[in-house]
Ligand binder design. Structure first.
Ligand code: ATP
Ligand code: MG
Length: 406
C-alpha cells in the first residue's frame, strides 16, 4: 500500500472529547473515528487490525471444533420473553416498535436465539456435544461509554455456545475453551489473569473472566503475583496485602480490563425454552449449555492500552495492519529507486508493507511511523548509504542491511 494513496490522515493533536489512551491514539493515527459516544467507525488501517484479531479468534475457535454461523442483530420480543430477559435487560437493550407495531430489540447477546435454533436440530444424545459460534455485532446502551473501544455501544463479539448431555462433558470442553482463550490472548500480545467471577445475569457461580491488568480497566482484581490466584474484587473475600490463600504471598489489588469470559449456563435456557434431547434411557432432558464471549473491539483497545509509548502505538506482528513500514527520506534518485525496489519485491512476495512515499518532511514521516506503530520500520535515506535501516517499533536499536539481507 502506498501511503500517498491512503485516504486517512494522522492528526497532530488529540481529539478533545476523549479520555482513554486507546481512543486518543487510534484516532490520532486514523485507525478509527468517533461517531458518537461508544460508537466508532473502523477506518482502513483499523479495520485491518480488527480483521487480524477476527482471524486469530476464528482459527482458535475452529481448532476446538467450533462451527461458525451468523445470527441476526434484530430480534423479536417474544423470544426474549421466554427467559424474562426482555424486561431484565431493558435498560441496556435497544428496544423499539417496528412499522407493524411489533416490539423488536437489537441483540445484546444471543443465548435465546441460539437456543431456539439448536432445538430444531439437536434431538438426541447422539447429536451432542455441539459447539457453535459467531463473530457478530452487538448493541448495548452502556451507561458509561467513556473508554473508547473498551466499552462500545455497538461492538463485535465472538460468542461461542456449547451444548452437552452431561456435566462431565461440559467440564472437559469448558477447560478446552480456557486453553483456547489463552492462545488467543497470547497471540494478541496480552498477559491475562483467569479469575473466578460471579455469573452476572446468567448464574451465581461457575464463571471465569480473562483480565488484563491495566489502569484503563473498570474492574478491580485481587491477585497473587507468585501463583495463579486471582478473583474479581466484587466477589472476593480476600484483601490486598493479606496472605494469598493458596501460597501465602501478600495479595495485590489492581484495575483490570475484562477481555473475555466463560459461563456455565447449565440448563437455565434449555429449561425455559424447552430445548430438550432424548437421552440413552429414552427420557427427555434439558440440554446442558455454556457460553463464551470475547469482545473484538475491546481486545483491540486493550492491546493499545498495554502496548504504546509517548510517541504512539506498538502493534505486534499478528495484529498489525502491515508487517513493514517503509520510509524513503529525501528525494534523492537512488534513495527513491531503492525504496521502490524494496516495495515492489515485498508486493511480489505477498509481504504486507506500507510505503511512505509522500512528499513531506522526514521528521513528519518518522513521527507518523511511531504513531501508526507498525512493528518493523525500514528507512532508506541519504544517510543509509545504499542500505536499509531496520528498526523494531518496540526497540530503539537500528541495523543497516542490504536488500538481499532484508
Ligand atoms: P462488562 O462487565 O465489562 O460490561 P459483560 O460482563 O457485560 O462485560 P459479556 O456480556 O459477558 O460482558 O460479554 C462478553 C465479552 O464481550 C466481554 O468479556 C467483553 O470482552 C465484551 N464486551 C462486553 N461489553 C462490551 C462493550 N460494551 N464494548 C466492547 N466489548 C464488550
Ligand atoms: Mg456489561
Amino acid at each position: 500500500m502506498l501511503q500517498s494513496k491512503l485516504f486517512t490522515k494522522t492528526q497532530q493533536t488529540a481529539p478533545k472529547d476523549e479520555l482513554s489512551k486507546n481512543a486518543i491514539l487510534l484516532q490520532k493515527a486514523g485507525y478509527i473515528e468517533k461517531l458518537m459516544s461508544g460508537v466508532y467507525s473502523y477506518l482502513y488501517l483499523g479495520w485491518r487490525v480488527h480483521k487480524n484479531i477476527e482471524n486469530i479468534i476464528r482459527e482458535e475457535m475452529d481448532a476446538i471444533n467450533g462451527q461458525e454461523i451468523l445470527m441476526p442483530a434484530l430480534q423479536p420480543k417474544n423470544i426474549w420473553d421466554k427467559t424474562g430477559r426482555w424486561e431484565k435487560l431493558s435498560e441496556i437493550m435497544y428496544q423499539f416498535k417496528d412499522r407493524s407495531d411489533h416490539l423488536v430489540g437489537l441483540a445484546t447477546t444471543h443465548e435465546e436465539i441460539i437456543t431456539e435454533i439448536v432445538k430444531q436440530h439437536i434431538k438426541s444424545y447422539k447429536d451432542l456435544p455441539r459447539y457453535i459460534y459467531q463473530i457478530q455485532g452487538k448493541f448495548r446502551d452502556e451507561p458509561r461509554a467513556k473508554s473508547g473501544l473498551i466499552r462500545g455501544r455497538e461492538f463485535f463479539m465472538k460468542d461461542l455456545y456449547s451444548f452437552h448431555a452431561n456435566e462431565e462433558d461440559l467440564d472437559i470442553y469448558y477447560k478446552k475453551v480456557i486453553e483456547s482463550y489463552k492462545k488467543i490472548f497470547s497471540r494478541c500480545g496480552l498477559d491475562v489473569l483467569i479469575i473466578e467471577a460471579s455469573g452476572g445475569t446468567f448464574t451465581k457461580k461457575f464463571s471465569h473472566e480473562f483480565m488484563v491488568l491495566s489502569s484503563a480497566g473498570e474492574d478491580r482484581v485481587i491477585y497473587c503475583d507468585k501463583c495463579f490466584f486471582a478473583q474479581n474484587k466484587e466477589i472476593s473475600k480476600n484483601q490486598p496485602s493479606k496472605p494469598c490463600p493458596s501460597c501465602n504471598n501478600p495479595l495485590k489489588e489492581d484495575k483490570g480490563i475484562e477481555v473475555g469470559n466463560v459461563f456455565k449456563l447449565g440448563t437455565k435456557f434449555s429449561q425455559q425454552q424447552d430445548a430438550l434431547y432424548v437421552d440413552k434411557d429414552g427420557k427427555k432432558k434439558p440440554i446442558i449449555m455454556a457460553s463464551y464471549g470475547i469482545g473484538l473491539g475491546r481486545l483491540m483497545g486493550t492491546i493499545v492500552e498495554i502496548h504504546h509509548d509517548a510517541n504512539g502505538i506498538i502493534w505486534n506482528e499478528e495484529v498489525a495492519p502491515f508487517k513493514y513500514h517503509l520510509l524513503s527520506l529525501g528525494n534523492n534518485d537512488n534513495t527513491v529507486k531503492l525504496a521502490k525496489k524494496v516495495y515492489t519485491t515485498c508486493q511480489e512476495q505477498g509481504i504486507e508493507i506500507l510505503y511512505d512515499d509522500r512528499d513531506i518532511s522526514s521528521g513528519q514521516k518518522l513521527q507518523d511511523a511511531d504513531l501508526l506503530g507498525i512493528p518493523t520500520r525500514l528507512v532508506i535515506g541519504n544517510k543509509t548509504g545504499g542500505k536499509i535501516e531496520l528498526k523494531k517499533r518496540s526497540e530503539s536499536k537500528t541495523k543497516l542491511v542490504t536488500i538481499d539481507q532484508l
